[in-house]
Design a binder for this molecule. Structure first.
Ligand code: G3D
Ligand code: MG
Length: 227
């Protein structure tokens, strides 16, 4: 499915996974980004949910993000590699008022690095900045940790709609850069193999310019207050 005509606009497809402890705000971040909603609807499905969002970068590159959000399995058992396999980007979320959730992010960084190495762009996100008065994870500590791990740090409030667009836009740019870098590194190998890198999918863009309505499951649930 590689676009082979110069006149055909290509869309880069990237898989992005959200990871982090239950109740830190992963679903809220995605819904804020994709639907600009907060707290009105929550996703509840038996498996992970997939949401799509298209964007155009400053240089005209068109990108489709396939965003994977969990359905709350993280509260009951570990999410396996099947969830994050093949991801180009990870959004590791913690709650700035919850130290434990920050420690959990550190575990995810270790696991992703071990399993995916440099193939994945890792962002660490301190969410709920509207609760600044209750902050227990200092920003400086989180930045220092992120830098030491080669991860990129952001702070957001899904509730107040702060930092969300910036997070996804920056992550997308980073994934595009990482892809270009990989392309260069692998070009000679690819020429020998006559193929494209296994981890990258380029699809022909639809010509109708539609906005692809996000796929948000119908069912809702009350969140952490009940669980
Ligand atoms: P999860 O997907 O990581 O499990 P959710 O987290 O998105 O379901 O959010 C968990 C709870 O945190 C929800 O509250 C949600 O409203 C709240 N929340 C998410 N983001 C923010 C934020 O930026 N600021 C504040 N103050 N709260 C946030 P309930 O009450 O539904 O449990
Ligand atoms: Mg959730």
């Amino acid at each position: 499915m590689i676009a082979n005509s110069n006149s055909t606009q290509t869309t880069f497809n990237f898989k992005v996974v959200l990871l982090g402890e239950g109740c830190v705000g992963k679903t809220s971040i995605v819904l804020r980004y994709v639907e600009d909603k907060f707290n009105s609807q929550h996703i509840s499905t038996l498996q992970a949910s997939f949401l799509n969002k298209k964007m155009t970068l400053e240089d005209g590159k068109r990108v489709q993000l396939n965003i994977w959000d969990t359905a709350g399995q993280e509260r009951f058992h570990a999410l396996g590699p099947i969830y994050y396999r093949g991801s180009h980007g990870a959004i590791l979320v913690y709650d700035i008022t919850d130290q434990d959730s920050f420690q959990k992010v550190k575990n995810w960084v270790k696991e992703l690095k071990r399993m995916l190495g440099a193939d994945i762009v890792i962002t660490i996100v301190g969410n709920k900045t509207d609760l600044e008065a209750q902050r227990t994870v200092e920003q400086s500590e989180a930045i220092e940790y992120s830098e030491s791990m080669g991860a990129h740090y952001f702070e957001t409030s899904a509730k107040a709609n702060e930092g969300i667009e910036e997070l996804f836009f920056s992550l997308t740019k980073l994934m595009t850069q990482r892809h270009t870098q990989r392309e260069q590194e692998n070009s000679s190998v690819r020429l020998l193999q006559g193929g494209r890198p296994a981890n990258m999918l380029i699809v022909e863009d639809s010509q109708d310019g539609d906005d692809d309505a996000p796929e948000v499951p119908e069912s809702h649930r009350a969140c952490c207050g009940t669980g």
